[in-house]
Design a protein around this ligand. Structure first.
Ligand code: AMP
Length: 225
């Protein structure tokens, strides 16, 4: 099973992707984590994209498509994957189709996490993450079980992301509206787009996503939006 989680920054894609990864044995392919890993490694590519990332802009399509293509080609992805943060532009969505066709795979579900924009700033400003595994936490809504320690990998260096500053958040929200939202009609036309209420609490969102995966009618169909 291959899924895309779509939604603006702060919608909860990473949090839900981590849960789906554990529940269904799928691989989480988070392009944001790949970009952060490239920056942290200090590689030439990382240096090229650092300023773009810090400003909250989208990294050029060719770079991101190359990153994700390498991961989709790996044997672990054959078990099924959750795309988190990809595709974010129409050319990326088209490139994804070509990659899937090349590996004899298809998309099963595209799940849009709908959230109220005002809530996103609050969610993002309280957010901190584990740079080691990409897990996301929130000062009020989702604290780690043990203070200062990542629930998933045990990492102890939980940090605020450089692009979670208010100026970068505004740029990221604009990028979502202008560059990412236009891919919704692409998937809607194929009848695989469903939406869930990303404003609900984490467990409820997870239940709605499970209902979509199970083919149930609980989640709201995004067909007519
Ligand atoms: P995320 O962790 O998904 O919010 O991504 C953080 C940042 O990484 C974005 O603001 C972009 O700078 C970059 N990035 C991640 N995924 C993509 C993508 N699919 N296309 C372009 N840039 C991306």
């Amino acid at each position: 099973m291959n899924l895309i989680l779509l939604g603006p920054p702060g919608a909860g894609k990473g949090t839900q992707a981590k849960r789906l990864q554990q529940a269904y044995g799928l691989v989480q392919l988070a392009t944001g984590d790949m970009v952060r890993a490239a920056i942290a490694s200090g590689s030439e590519l990382g240096q090229r994209v650092k300023a773009i990332y810090d400003a909250g802009q989208l990294v050029p399509d060719d770079i991101i498509i190359q990153m994700i293509a390498e991961r989709i080609a790996q044997p672990e992805s054959a078990r099924g994957f959750i795309l988190d943060g990809f595709p974010r532009t129409v050319p990326q969505a088209e490139a994804l189709d070509a990659m899937l066709a090349e590996h004899g795979q298809k998309l099963d579900h595209v799940i849009l996490m709908e959230v109220d924009e005002a809530a996103l700033v609050d969610r993002i400003s309280g957010r901190f993450t584990c740079p080691q595994c990409g897990a996301s936490y929130h000062e009020r809504y989702n604290r780690p079980k043990i203070e200062g320690r990542c629930d998933i990998c045990g990492g102890t260096e939980l940090v605020h992301r450089a692009d979670d500053r208010p100026e970068a958040v505004a740029t990221r929200l604009a990028a979502y509206r202008n560059q990412t939202a236009p891919i919704l009609p692409y998937y809607r036309a194929r009848g695989i787009l469903r939406s869930v209420d990303g404003m609900a609490d984490i467990d409820e969102v997870a239940r709605e996503i499970e209902a979509v995966i199970a083919g149930g009618g609980e989640a709201r169909s995004a067909m007519h939006r």
